[in-house]
Design a protein around this ligand. Structure first.
Ligand code: UT7
Length: 330
């Protein structure tokens, strides 16, 4: 066990300006506002323009972050970007962001853990800091899912949106209440094909055929993913509470991944937490994958709901399939 305790120092978010409503989607595919609201809880989402890439939105979130913190970009010695929609396959979006922010030489890398990416990132940053390999980490969840959306597939095109959330993960000073208490991450690769971008990698290199077959867009077997999501998110939340001696009653806030309001409700019920203690913004942003938790977290800090010292559970599920949770005092 390390003597170094680790906390989330600050958190910030950014989204593109352009809003895509359920009514807009009614004009694109055979869907209705009623179906989308009742089956998902979504009302609108953000869509970036043709010139914007993941690092551009991530940069906006980071600029807000550094305005809030006493830390400067020169203090950062670890950059982790969680994304499945990077600027390029390589170099990493973390390296691109490092350059844009003017952060001096340090480890910078992307991680691919789908919608659980931010939780994976926080877990990795905590361990780098605890073992003395880093002091101040920048952890970003950024996703431009509308760039890999199949706009002819009503099963998926109504679900996803763009955004970024960024957190500074730093040592907690002596006597300070803020702390990342515990993290839990897991995965089961046998379900990988249920949520996948099939084209563009070494399995199906980009070709005329992969483009014509729409293999570069997101494919999801929603119904099967839904069932595993309910089970895994519930399990991840219960596990992190139980092994730290807490129940849902002790928690000030549950911040779940915003994939579907019905999954969020089922997770809240599983840990017996009151609905008013669950942070939900799915109606505004849809599913922003690895950005969804930091987006919801940052928004609730900005509007004053979440305060320093609040006990919080982060809980996510995503492509891989992956899932995980974080217990922290903000
Ligand atoms: O982010 C991490 C991973 N993602 C998730 O966790 C998402 C998990 N999955 C889900 O949230 C839900 O499964 C969906 C929202 C994707 C779908 O909801 P569902 O209740 O599971 O619907 P379904 O896929 O079972 O489809 C029910 C019906 C089908 O029609 P039939 O075959 O019963 O006639 C679909 O064709 O709803 C139809 N449908 C639609 N109808 C209108 C599917 N998409 C739409 C749509 N508008 N956009």
């Amino acid at each position: 066990m390390s003597d170094i305790r680790v906390k989330i120092d600050e958190i910030a978010m950014a989204v593109p300006d352009n809003v895509l409503t359920n009514q807009d989607l009614e004009k694109i595919v055979n869907t209705t506002d009623e179906w989308i609201r009742t089956r998902t809880g979504m009302v609108e989402r953000r869509k970036s323009d043709d010139h914007t890439a993941a690092s551009d939105i991530a940069l906006k979130a980071c600029e807000k972050l550094f305005k809030r913190s006493s830390l400067r970009t020169r203090d950062i010695d670890l950059i982790i970007v969680a994304t499945v929609t990077p600027d390029h396959a390589f170099p990493s979006t973390a390296c691109i962001l490092q350059h844009k922010l003017g952060i001096p030489n340090c480890p910078a890398f992307d991680i691919s853990a789908g919608c659980t990416g931010f939780i994976y990132g926080i877990t990795i940053a905590k361990q780098f800091i605890e073992n003395g390999s880093a002091t101040n980490a920048l952890v970003v969840g950024v996703e431009l899912l509308t760039k890999i959306t199949n706009w002819t597939d009503r099963n998926t095109c109504v679900l996803f949106g763009d955004g970024a959330g960024a957190a500074l993960v730093t040592p907690a000073h002596k006597g300070e209440i803020s702390e990342i208490i515990d993290t839990y991450i897991s995965s089961d690769g046998k379900y990988g094909n249920l949520l996948i971008q099939q084209g563009g990698g070494s399995r199906n290199p980009t070709s005329k055929e992969t483009v014509e077959k729409n293999m570069h867009t997101l494919y999801m077997e929603g119904n099967r993913v839904f069932k595993i999501a309910v089970k895994s998110m519930g399990e991840a939340a219960v596990r992190i509470l139980e092994r730290n001696g807490f129940t849902g009653d002790n928690i000030d806030w549950l911040i779940p991944h915003q994939a579907n309001l019905r999954i969020i409700d089922a997770t809240a019920k599983r840990i017996h937490i009151l609905p008013q203690k669950v942070i939900i913004n799915i109606e505004k942003y849809g599913n922003t994958s690895s950005a969804s938790i930091p987006l919801a977290f940052a928004e609730a800090v900005e509007d004053g709901r979440i305060r320093r010292g609040d006990l919080i559970v982060l809980d996510a599920f995503g492509a891989g399939l992956t899932w995980g949770s974080v217990l922290l005092r903000y």
